[in-house]
Design a protein around this ligand. Sequence first.
Ligand code: NDP
Ligand code: ZN
Length: 191
Amino acid sequence: MTQPTSASPPLASALLDALHFSATKHSDQRRKDKEASPYINHPIRVAQLLATEGGVTDLVTLQAAILHDTVEDTDTTPEEIERRFGPEVRRVVEEVTDDKSLPKAERKQRQVEHAPHLSPQAKQLKIADKTANVQNITTSPPDGWSLERKREYLDWADRVVAGCRGCNPALEAVYDQVMAQGRQALAGVAH
Ligand code: NDP
Ligand code: ZN
């Protein structure tokens, strides 16, 4: 029997390793939507947006996307990421990791201020992350969020993404489209 040809087995292995690691770390977590979707759906979506909409083939960026919330939201340490996936993936994951010791409002302000200083890899990851979250706010929002809170989130996402532009026009166009759909959906709601 002929074996199926593979363009790049190491790439597939590296992505699957990251996926397995991330799925294990996030296994007991859920998103904030009413259905409490499995958390891993989100990092998968972020990596998929980068690859399919942004045309990103850089392995470090895609692995970092799959792992982007592990240090912030699980017991994963930056050292652990470096041991398993190397220093570059660690660097990108750390770039997009909030300091959870700070109050939430300050963390959000820091994201806006730091965005222009991120590496191109981290900027693209941020845009994909905000695209996924804005889409979620529009179609499967966190349970109990008021219209005002959703709008505030969209406004904040726009401020972060403003500092990330210039690296990937195709990805930015998808973000703009998703944001426009989100604004339209929220504009049609009375409260
Ligand atoms: P959170 O940061 O608590 O929640 C948003 C984050 O949750 C997203 O960035 C995303 O992060 C994650 N997430 C999980 N599930 C979903 C989902 N279904 N849809 C979208 N995102 C999801 O909330 P805020 O951004 O509102 O931050 C808190 C701030 O809001 C504070 O500064 C506070 O002052 C303010 N606030 C405002 C209120 C209002 O009514 N206006 C009320 C209370 C607080 P990730 O990608 O990391 O998973
Ligand atoms: Zn995220």
